[in-house]
Design a protein. Structure first.
Length: 139
């Protein structure tokens, strides 16, 4: 599969929430998608650490990009939507940036499973997510 990063970024530019919190798509291969987000004061909770929803949003976009690569590259496939997700928060982020890396564990005709690891830019393992996707039929 030929990966055109700018085409993928353009496809996901419509995800305004992710863009508004500063998430960018850093790199894409068939095997791994990496997205990142700067940690700003807007991402912090009352305890002064990154809010769980911000971490989840970053992981969720990496999942969305990876599960929808064929569609983003112009193939006639259905869109994959999140069917269920499970996230474990492992440590507080200490750096200035969060990085999410998605790998595919299983991809079937309709159901897929991805693992998304979130680290900070200091290497701390912040969260581990499993994203289960369902690919809706094209019409």
């Amino acid at each position: 599969m030929d990966i055109d990063l700018e085409k993928i970024r353009a496809f996901f530019a419509g995800d305004r929430f992710a863009a508004n919190v500063g998430i960018v798509i850093d790199s894409v291969t068939e095997d791994e998608v990496q997205c990142s987000m700067p940690i700003t004061k807007e991402h912090l909770n009352v305890a002064g650490t990154v809010q769980g929803g911000a971490i989840f949003t970053l992981a969720d976009l990496a999942f969305a990009v990876h599960s929808n690569l064929p569609l983003a590259l112009g193939k006639k496939t259905g869109i994959t939507v999140g069917q269920s997700n499970s996230i474990s928060y492992l440590a507080a982020a200490r750096g200035a940036r969060l990085i999410a890396r998605s790998t595919c564990l299983s991809r079937g005709r309709n159901v897929s499973v991805f693992r998304i690891e979130v680290h900070d830019d200091l290497g701390n393992f912040v969260a581990d997510m499993r994203g289960n996707g369902f690919t809706k039929a094209t019409r």
